[in-house]
Design a protein around this ligand. Sequence first.
Ligand SMILES: [Zn+2]
Length: 471
Amino acid sequence: MATQRIDMHTHVFNVRYLPVEGIIRSRGVPDLIAKGLAKLLNARTGDDIEPSAVPAALFVAADAEAPVMALQAQTLDEAVSALAAGTPKELADDPDVRAALEDMQRVSAQELRAIAIDHVETAGVQAQFSALYGQLANMQAAPGIFETGAEYLRWFQFLTHSERVIMETLLTTYGNDVHLFIHHMMDMEAYYKHGRCYYDFVTDQLPRMRRLVNAFGGRLLTFVAYSPDRPNDLSIVRRALDDADAAGVKFYPPNGYQPDEARHDALYQELVSRDAPIFTHCTPVGMEAKPGSGANSNPSYWARVLQQFPALRLCLGHAGGDEPWFGRVPWDGSYAAQAVALAASYDNVYLEFGYHEDILDASVRESFIVRLSGLLGTNANLAKKIMYGTDWHMIEKINNHQDYFHAFEAAFADARLAQYADGFFYTNAVSYLRLPAFRDTRAGIHGADDPVVANVDRVIAVADQMAVENT
Ligand SMILES: [Zn+2]
C-alpha cells in the first residue's frame, strides 16, 4: 500500500489574501506600477470556493498517478500571456492601471515629465496588460524563496486562481494518499507599506477559509494567522479555536516581529491553557517584510519563550531550513541544530520538513539520512517530533516538486529511517494537532455527522491502527 500521509504545511490562499501592492513595492518596483499591477492581479483572480461536483472521497485506491493540471505556466512568457488573457479588458480604463502604463513608458524613455496615454482600443488591450505584467519580472530576488523575478511572476500567475481551483490542484498533485492537509493563513497587512489586502483578513479571509474547509469535507484544516499588530487579534484567535474553524495558530516572524517580545505573552498563555498548537516559520530566510527580517525566526528566541512557557505546543516549520540537513552549510550553530535541541528538550516542541527541496537531489539525500538517523539514535524523544510537510504552493515553482513526497518516501524506506516512517508521515501530526480534542470540539458544535468531523475521525482511526501495528 502506498504510504498514507498528512501534509502539515500547505498554503491555498490566492493573490487577494496578500498585500500584493505592498509586496511588489517592497521588491523595488516603482510605486505607480506596483499599484496598477495589484489592480490587474486582483481583478484577474477567480473567486469560487465550492466545487461543482462532490469532492472525491478520501481513501480511494491510488492506482495510477493522477495527471497534474497544467495550471501553472512553465515560462515567463507563458505566465505573462495567461495573466493578460484572463484580465478583463475594462481594466484598461482604470485610472491606476493607466497611471502604471504611463509610468512604465516614462521610465523606459527615461523621461521625467508625465506621459498621458491615449485611448487603448480593445484589440490592443492585451498587449498593454502583457507589458505591465512583464514588470513583475523586475522584482528583486528574495534569497531562499524567489531567486529571480520570473519566479515571482509564475507564482503570482498561479495565485490568480480561485480557492477552489487551487485546492483541486493540491488534491490532484499530491493525491489520494494525503488524508489531511493543513493550511496556514498569513496576516501580512500591518507589515507592508500599502499593505491592504483585497480580501480583508477578518471580514473576508476568515469566512472564506471556513467555507473552503467545509466545501472539501475536512480534507483541509486551517491554522488562523496571528498578527500582534491587528486590533482584537487575541479575540480573533480565540473565536477561531473556540468554534473549531481553525485547528491551530500560524506565527510568522519574517513579517517583522520577534517571538520573545512581551506583547505575545497573552497569546502563549492562551494557547498553553488550551494546549492548542502554534506553527512558526523557522528558517533564516522567508517572505521578509524588510531585508533581514527573516532573522526574527531564530530558534534562540523560542528558547526564551519556552523557558517561560515550557508547555507551549510549538512546531518549528522547515525544521530550521534544509541546507544544514543536507550538508550544504555547517550543522553546528545552525537554526536546524538549535531547532532539534528544542524538540529534544521540550515535550511539546515539534519539527516539520516543508520546503526541503534538496530531498529531490538524490546525491545529497544520503547526508540527510545520516544526519536524521544519527539524531534519532541519540535522542529518543525526537522520533515522535518529526513531521512531513511540503509548503506547497510555495514549492509549486520547483520543476519536479511533484516528486517531493516520493523523495521523502525513498529516504524513509532506507533501513536507517524505516522504523520512523509512520511517525513522520502520519501519527506525529495527529499527536501534535491533538486531533481527538479538535474532533470533540467540532462535533460538539456541528454534530458527529459533520463531514469535517467524519474525515478527522477517519484520520484518527488510521493513526490508531498504525499505533497498534507498531507495538
Ligand atoms: Zn509556508
